[in-house]
Design a protein around this ligand. Sequence first.
Ligand SMILES: Nc1ncnc2c1ncn2[C@@H]1O[C@H](COP(=O)(O)OP(=O)(O)OP(=O)(O)O)[C@@H](O)[C@H]1O
Length: 720
Amino acid sequence: MKTHPVFKLTPLSQWKKVPISDAFDSELNPEFGGLEVLENYECTVFRDGEAQSKANEIRSKTKQPVSKPVRQFNNNFKPNRECELEYQSESQGQTEMESESESDPNAASPVKMPKKKKRKIASSKALVLSQTSPSEKPIAGNPKVKRRKVIQNEILNTVIDQEVAEVDGNAMKNKNLLSAMEAWKDLFVPLPVLKSLHELNFLTPTLIQGLTLPSAIRDRLDILGAAETGSGKTLAFGIPVIDKILKLKQAEDSVESRVYALVLTPTRELCVQVKQHLAAAAKYTQLNVVSIFGGLSSQKQVRLLKSRPEIVVATPGRLWDIMNGEEEIEEFLSTIVECPLLVIDEADKMVEKGHFEELTKILNLMKNDEESSKRRQCFVFSATLTYVHLAPDRLKVSKKKKRKKSVKISKESKLNELIETVGILKRPKVIDVTVKSQTASSLVESCIFCTQSEKDLYLYYFLKNHEGRTLIFTNSIDCIRRLLSVFSLLKKTLLPLHASMHQKQRLKNLERFTQSETGILLATDVAARGLDIPNVQHVIHYQVPRTAESYVHRSGRTARALKDGLSVVFVDEKDIQGYKKILKSLHKDDALSPFPVVQEDLKQLKPIVSLAQRIDTTTHRTEKARRHDDWFVKMAKDADLDISDGERSDENSNEQLRKNAKERRQLEKMKMEFASLLAGIDGQSYQGKYPTSSGKLMLPKSMKKNTGSTAITLISKKWK
Ligand SMILES: Nc1ncnc2c1ncn2[C@@H]1O[C@H](COP(=O)(O)OP(=O)(O)OP(=O)(O)O)[C@@H](O)[C@H]1O
């Protein structure tokens, strides 16, 4: 027969610290929420949802024997018969043994005592229920025994009252929680996570979450998930990961720490963000989540790993370095190889050939452990996971014809390649809720056709007229540097984000952008995937992205979680081919709607933007010449040489120096002219700001012409 747990009821003052539930926890069926009520020495277990009514039921029955417990703790457990009560005097630390006789009527009808006395007894005694053999039963009828039984019943009733009150409170909270979170019913979300979701105000699951959770949690399937950007994919894999770890930990006897889940992301910023999302969902669990990524001190990250987190979110490069260089946590990190949960976020990017060498190494290590691979549950997610298009010409060269040829990769072969790379052994569930166009349904897409040199003008026009959190993408770091310098002249603060920056500055800029409602982030594709910055209203593709995937992910930084958002692609004469290819690839048969621009306003801005561009180029040139001059003079001085004109290089001849000086004078003149132009422009009030509260982008006032249309509605109407 199964041995029963010892129930230890401590004095009421400590009651909360050692609830009965602790005694039962190890035995509890996981489907129960951990709510136990001790009733006439019988243990009753309720489902959380039933707790309130059952608690009331118990309360009404405290004065009469309960015929049957609502739910017996376990089949063998008959505490009425087999348990005895043990009183322990706190002051003396002595123990007196008494048994609870099944036939004793007092056991079921407790005598009322004044409340004060009740509390005194309760707090001065510790009550221990323990299993005992029938041979140890004490003699019935002894008056001392009877008195003790009365006391014992009183203590139990007080304890029950307390428990019931607590149960009432918890049950009420749980009931409210469950009714508020009704939409999550049947998705098998563990209660503590449901509580976090409620706190985050996520009252309904998104489509991908609704479809993923049952398959992942109930059916324990590996999942390949594809859904539009901003549709909640992080929690679609995050909730099952948390759920499984909770279950594994509950089932495990050993307290040995190990990595339970490894989540890999392509960029550092995304790594930080996914960690934050998972930590928020796991707030009411004991689970620890840590992020490991490059660019910041690895010592600090090693220290974090020493806390033995259950979930490690990492970029492959830094993780691989730490796995191979840090003896202190080598043993802990070696458990990654057998970790039961693996997530690859932005998977199509991650497994791109030549992108993440370290990812391949980590995955190979994991795949080599066959037993663990069989047990492992994998999650592979991306907005463009199932998206296929013509492979770039340069990748597919037909050997026979020796000429470039585009080849279409099928969705199946793309997924099969992923399955093999990740090491998924069982047939995974593919959940694909993407649409042909790939972009979010709440995204309004538009374009501006202009020449390359006009792009700055249009950008300035846009930023000046349409306030709101704006993310500008470029294809190169050089382009970012030039724009920073031109727009700083125009008194527009753009926050750069690219791979050549220090990581601290990258994170700082991202934070500044997130905190300012009118922030403008100027980034390369390093910010294109996964970043979930709230309320980004506009995405501008200053240069046409190189791939359709990149267009989808860049645009996906706005219009997230069903909010409205606008994307504008700037297309110049060189971009046109790439632009057309993207449209074709994304099955956007019509060209994108042109973004509405008030030509008179644009004209007004033209002189100042042109001047800013000229100042920038001239400054750049004169700076370069000055640096060269300085270098030449310094070299001569270091070599103890006098430089005559003849010895100067062409660039440093007198004539050149005169030219430089003239250029500097011109520069000063331009700057003065610029200052007065800028003052004039700043004095003008632009009235076409979008009202951001409605989520709609209003047209500049001069364009309204009593139609009251927004930019988005105008675009939509025109192109329908
Ligand atoms: N059920 C929900 N209800 C409301 N908001 C949610 C819900 N689930 C997630 N969100 C929020 O939606 C936003 C987008 O989620 P998430 O970053 O997971 O999107 P994603 O699908 O991974 O996007 P991407 O493809 O760009 O990486 C986040 O701010 C997230 O907190």
